[in-house]
Design a protein around this ligand. Structure first.
Ligand code: NCD
Length: 307
């Protein structure tokens, strides 16, 4: 049995295969409508979500399966003091596969040690978010037709932004990837990512706080929200929340073939005037999330992807 806790749980070949299956599902959705008949997905969300939970649930429904779960800790027995391990043991008796989001880093890993069914990490605190990364990789592959030879700008909250941590971890395995890490000093990428992932793999990167200075070099600009819920005090959040606002004016310096990604939700960091720019890919990206999660469910349940 396989879980997806960290994006490194998948080899590059497995990711390529997931992307291939997701593209096939996009093209021939009718071939997949009964693949998960009589299977159940449980979505256990101890933290808020719109896209991740609903795309997981729609993914299972579009595969012909069923969905159970909860969308807030307060409506589960966690509010009575039940441990994650116990909750997982119980839910594993009802469902064939579990997608779980939790505010504590490492909670899905703990859950996977006790689980009798595959566990998918749907975001753990400020740590990892591997299925968002699969969504990002599918989007980059659709937009650029490659996952190598890319200069990727990551902008915003690189400290608490779990999608950024997982995306870097995934991308360092492809050839000729460069990163431009754009953040205020207080929200720089954690040291462990620099040391254990970027430097260990000899990846070229720079750290800067200027988006304007570097926007013209980028193939991908990955904007992120300042993660309000992970701040210790409101004052710091208020000071940093509008540090970057991507607007038409800033995009004048960007390349024609730039792809703008954002895991969403957006707050102020991308002005709505950018939404109609052909370089804006974030709504397509959110849509892609469903297809790659369909491919992932099939893989973890050992159900053949093709007809
Ligand atoms: C992200 C998350 O939950 O980490 N959202 C998502 O899953 N698409 C990004 C965020 O909340 O800022």
């Amino acid at each position: 049995m396989k879980h997806l806790i960290d994006i490194k749980d998948l080899t590059v070949e497995e990711i390529d295969e997931l992307i291939k299956v997701a593209k096939d599902i996009m093209q021939f959705p009718d071939n997949y409508t009964e693949k998960c008949k009589h299977k159940k997905l449980a979505t256990l969300f101890f933290e808020p979500s719109t896209r991740t939970r609903l795309s997981f649930e729609t993914a299972m429904l579009d595969l012909g399966g069923n969905v159970i779960g909860f969308s807030e800790a307060s409506s589960s027995s966690a509010s009575k003091g039940e441990s994650v391990s116990d909750t997982i043991r119980i839910v594993g008796g009802y469902a064939d596969i579990i997608a779980m989001r939790h505010p504590k880093e490492g909670a899905p890993l703990v859950a996977s040690l006790k689980s009798t069914v595959p566990i998918i990490n749907a975001g753990d605190g400020g740590h990892n978010h591997p299925t968002q990364t699969l969504t990002d990789l599918l989007t980059i592959s659709c937009e650029k037709n490659r996952l190598d030879n890319l200069t990727i700008g990551l902008c915003g909250d690189l400290k608490f932004g779990r999608t950024v941590h997982s995306l870097i971890t995934a991308m360092v395995r492809y050839k000729n990837i460069k990163f431009v890490l754009i953040s205020p000093d207080e929200l720089k990428i954690p040291e462990y990512i620099k040391e254990n992932i970027l430097e260990k793999n000899n990846i070229e990167y720079i750290e800067t706080n200027s988006l304007e200075e570097h926007i013209g070099e980028l193939d991908i600009l990955y904007m992120t929200r300042v993660q309000k819920e992970r701040f210790f005090n409101e004052e710091d959040y208020v000071r940093l929340k509008d540090y970057y606002i991507l607007d038409k004016n800033k995009l004048e310096k960007a390349r024609e073939d730039l792809s703008i990604l954002h895991p969403l939700p957006r707050v102020n960091e991308i002005s709505t005037e950018v939404d109609d720019d052909p370089r804006a890919c974030y709504f397509k990206q959110a849509r892609n999330g469903k297809f790659i999660r369909m491919a992932l469910i099939l893989k973890l349940l050992n159900i053949g992807g093709n007809k």
